[in-house]
Design a protein around this ligand. Structure first.
Ligand code: URA
Length: 272
């Protein structure tokens, strides 16, 4: 390549955007960049700070996280249908992700309200944030194709463990998941599915309160229990479609998980 010819501006711009995207910067909040270092400005204040409590396995959170969880519980309990729950989530200010990763809005659910299967993913990504619906990006489209092949189209209600996009699509923290958990639980009690499909390690760990890797949990049946023990449902962890896009050879495992879920779903109920 001739080193003396500078690259075309669009190639430079492309390369800079790719560099930012790799660093997790994939949306712009203002038309003009603000050089906060040059201006001596401190970063904008975060509206909510959650204590980095290890919430997954060790009971109740403390401090601001406990307040946010209590508020989420209260709002969730007041929601008597899914539309009211969606509104309660949209108005909830206790999850810091709302002010960090989400460019637009909360992302709650997709699918029929009487679905027999509830899919619970990790958290919305960029496409979901832009559209306001879960699992609509590349990974979601793969999941849709797999669900269709398993005869589950229109038989699943989809949501996530958190309702705002984590910045740079990182895994949501246990604290972020804990403040959103009362809404997830309320969604389960309103939909009353027959079973849960927990998509990816971050979903399986928090929903089942277990600290095993997804490869050890996938394909096995667990019992999900509501916090007040008023409801118990069979739950199957499986591999996340984003992982399957990177590791297509693992699709075989995810497919066998779906097959065993459908077999259980369509098994005639034994008389008591
Ligand atoms: N990944 C998830 O876990 N959930 C979505 O909604 C989209 C991608």
């Amino acid at each position: 390549m001739d080193q003396s010819v500078p690259p075309a501006p669009e190639i430079l711009a492309h390369s800079l955007l790719a560099f930012w995207a790799d660093a997790g910067v994939d949306c712009l909040y203002q038309d003009e960049a603000v050089d906060r270092i040059a201006l001596g400005l401190s970063p904008p204040p975060r509206r909510v700070e959650l204590a980095p409590t290890p919430l997954r396995t060790s009971g109740s959170p403390a401090g601001p996280a406990a307040d946010a969880v209590a508020q989420a519980r209260h709002l969730a309990s007041q929601a008597h249908d899914l539309a009211a729950l969606a509104e309660a989530i949209a108005s909830f200010e206790g999850c810091p992700l709302r002010y960090e990763g989400a460019a637009t809005r909360s992302v709650f659910s997709r699918g029929p309200s009487d679905a027999p299967v509830m899919v619970i993913g990790e958290g919305p990504g960029g496409d979901e944030d832009a559209r306001g619906e879960p699992f609509v990006g590349r990974a979601g489209q793969l999941l849709d194709r797999m669900l269709a092949a398993a005869g589950l189209t229109d038989r699943v209600f989809m949501t996530n463990t958190v309702f705002w996009r984590p910045p740079g699509n990182r895994t949501p923290s246990a604290a972020e998941q804990a403040v959103c958990a009362p809404f997830v639980e309320r969604a389960i009690t309103l939909v009353r599915p027959k079973m849960l499909l927990l998509v990816g390690g971050a979903s399986a760990k928090t929903m089942l309160k277990r600290d095993e890797g997804i490869l050890a949990m996938r394909g096995r049946w667990f019992e999900w229990r509501a916090e007040d023990e008023s409801l118990e449902l069979p739950a199957m962890p499986t591999l996340h479609p984003a992982f399957l896009l990177r590791q297509p050879a693992a699709k075989k495992k995810a497919w066998s998980d779906l097959v065993s879920l459908v077999q259980r779903l369509d098994r005639p109920e034994r008389p008591h």
